[in-house]
Design a protein around this ligand. Sequence first.
Ligand SMILES: [Zn+2]
Ligand SMILES: [Zn+2]
Length: 416
Amino acid sequence: MSALLEKARQILTEGDLCDHCLGRAFSHLGSGLRNAQRGKALRIVLNMEGSLFPENEQNCRICRGIFSQVPQWAERAVAAVEGIEFRTYLMGTRVPPSIESAELALKAHHELRGEPFKQEFNREVGRLFGALLAERRHPVAVDFLDPEIVLLMDLEKSELYLQITPLFIYGRYKKFVRTIPQTRWPCRECRGRGCARCHFTGKMYQESVEELISPPLLRATRGTGTAFHGAGREDIDALMLGTGRPFVIEIKEPKVRTLDLIKLQEEINASAAGKVEVSELRFVKGSVVERLKSIEAEKVYEARVRFAEPIRPEQLQEALERLRGATIEQRTPTRVVHRRADLVRTRRVLEISGELLSPTEALIRVHCEGGLYIKELVSGDGGRTRPSVSELLRIPSEVMELNVLEVLGDFLGSES
Ligand SMILES: [Zn+2]
Ligand SMILES: [Zn+2]
């Protein structure tokens, strides 16, 4: 008798196993076979050699015959994904501790190298799930890395959980009004519950860039919500112009994933007309969000500045000359220090130019490293930002209007 058969005989002599669990103990032997076939083959040969071990699934000391439930799990999975568009999936099993420990004990005792129970159970349910969907003309494939849905079977609780992977859509937005924040801003008074101050909306501002962009996307995907990830954010009162600011909008639990992004872009731009405009919409991987958050992008700003006293054009040019290429030491601005750490950062002004609109007003254009606060670069923030326009002119200066013209950087990387 071969060593393999002898081992199988020993295992079965110690206690019953179903064909799945017997075959799985030797899953590394014989390619192209299913574990149940391996188990059945061993059982047949043992029978022919005189040892009779009839299969009784319910007596399997590892799984107690749980593989007989595969068809029910597959049907439950099919019912759970009804009406949901996806092409790739992943099956997961939460294995009861009793199965896990029985399997570990058997493997340790007989020095077996077979695959874990979980892997076979996922595969068996997945195979049938795929076949049932194929019959319904819905072809799907397993994807271990980036599945569009995950089905998790909790065998002990007999619960099936469906997770739908979010959709990530990249784009750039422009903002043409000075009254809306980038994302929904919960009311300071009631923290979003609704109160008299916020007219029971729970919000500080009635609209946001996110709220202007998301409704058409939510309708088209039948998602349950969005998360908005911007490559930084401008002040509420600053416009976002030029080519716009990169963002990724994450759509949670989308039921539809095939979208006409050109049409959706038009729809968003029509409904948000005059306030927000998006461009370059495209699908990206979720990893772009981290990239977007990690890049401290260089920016180009345009600021309308007012001086407390009239100045001459040469004075302005002289001040700008001293700021061009300068390293600015900027202590966290007074206006944001309540929510940001109070520290001194250094950022460079890469390019700066400007001209007087009147003796007390100028238009200044600044290209700087990410993280430099422009309002304070002008005002000096009571000496917290040095040097500043105010300091160099020795005249209090203030930004009246700020526009972001460019947010520079490679935000898509190899994802594009
Ligand atoms: Zn079993
Ligand atoms: Zn409120």
